[in-house]
Write a protein that binds this ligand. Structure first.
Ligand code: ADP
Ligand code: TRP
Length: 342
């Protein structure tokens, strides 16, 4: 029997999600879930990843549920049988496989992970927990337990996906074909019809990615921002002094970022949007049009958020977590057997 294709992604529940998370992480898998009845769609909350950096214990449960609600407001069809939502910590096999993979992961390879390097430099090496270092191994377990083929993530997470592929290959060549190797970067891009993974930039500093762990919120549009706040952020986005609108990521990164945002929120092609504004000198008019598109999205999204039935989430979590424990335990047992633990 042909194995079904598995799509899987997770978004950490630390802070409010922003439009970069939506476009890079949520939207591709939600579109897939709506159009594909045959594949398995796993959208989970990596709650064990959420405790890596400082957080407020009294707010974590709310953050986990809000995280799930964001996906539902984005259109995740809970009623479909091939769609699963679950919390990582409810499936102990994730932690168990992490320890096993740890024993086959290179210290050097993990030290080269950009996210670890950036975050540990910022905090100072001695202030950083081992969890931050080990983060990609847990992420590899999340992926490999379910024979995942596609992992829609933004550009910043691509290196971790490569790590999952590499550890799976290493393990298979030592112990036999235990893990399905997730598709390559190129296969991801062609499957999601993008020429590269998405990287929405900070509106104030377009050399950085839009991130929830940023110091200033002025450059980040959160999914729960009131539309007039979002509009003000877009109107004050950093652009350039060239004076003419053009799509040029090197010379005009701010404008190009706004083009990307507009494109992904409207159902239009890159060329159609760029040709409409290219050559214009009216930056404010362009920004205002971008704001219109984003606000229209936010209004609908927030309306959806307000209409979610919590009981439906709880029922779906219970159903999914039971099924995912079965799948994950089966894979874990084959790993334990292969390495001589069973
Ligand atoms: P953050 O940096 O805001 O903490 P996460 O690391 O939790 O975001 O990322 C959650 C998902 O959203 C991942 O798939 C990640 O690749 C994607 N993502 C985060 N920021 C962006 C962005 N600026 N552009 C595109 N995708 C993004
Ligand atoms: N590391 C991802 C992030 O920061 C979250 C994540 C954890 C994830 N495990 C995953 C994403 C597995 C995709 C697949 O956003």
């Amino acid at each position: 029997m042909k194995q079904r294709t598995v799509f899987l992604t997770g978004l950490r529940a630390n802070n409010n999600l922003h439009i970069g998370n939506y476009l890079g992480g949520i939207m591709p898998i939600v579109n897939m879930a709506n159009s594909d009845n045959d594949s398995q769609i796993n959208l989970f909350v990596p709650d064990l990843h959420s405790i890596i950096s400082d957080y407020d214990t009294s707010k974590l449960q709310t953050a986990i549920f809000d995280n799930i609600k964001n996906s539902i407001a984005a259109g995740l069809p809970l009623s479909k049988d091939n769609v699963y939502i679950y919390r990582q910590s409810y499936i102990p096999a994730h932690s168990e496989l992490t320890w096993i993979l740890d024993c086959f992961s290179g210290f050097g390879e993990l030290s080269r992970m950009i996210e670890f390097k950036e975050k540990s430099e910022k905090a100072g090496k001695s202030n950083v927990g081992v969890g931050l270092f080990n983060y990609p191994v847990l992420m590899a377990s999340d992926i490999l337990l379910y024979d995942t083929n596609y992992v829609p993530v933004g550009d910043d997470q691509r290196q971790h996906l490569e790590f999952a592929r590499s550890i799976a290959n290493k393990f298979n060549s030592k112990f036999g074909e235990i893990f399905v190797i997730p598709k390559s970067t190129k296969e991801h891009d062609s499957n999601f019809e993008r020429d590269q993974a998405l990287r929405i930039k900070d509106l104030q500093d377009p050399s950085k990615k839009m991130s929830k762990s940023t110091e200033s919120e002025k450059g980040v549009i959160f999914l729960n921002d009131k539309p007039d706040i979002a509009r003000a952020k877009i109107m004050s986005a950093t652009t350039d002094s060239i004076g003419t609108i053009n799509y040029d990521q090197d010379k005009q990164p701010g404008i190009s970022n706004l083009f990307d945002i507009m494109q992904y929120f409207s159902n239009k092609s890159h060329d159609e949007i760029v040709s409409k504004y290219k050559g214009s000198t009216k930056y404010a008019e362009f920004k205002s049009d971008v704001a219109d598109v984003v606000c229209q999205f936010l209004i609908q999204f927030q309306k959806n958020m307000a209409n979610i039935d919590n009981q439906e989430i709880i029922d779906k979590l219970e159903f999914s977590e039971a099924e995912m424990n079965k799948q994950a335990n089966k894979k874990l047992l084959s790993v334990q057997k292969a390495i001589g633990l069973r």
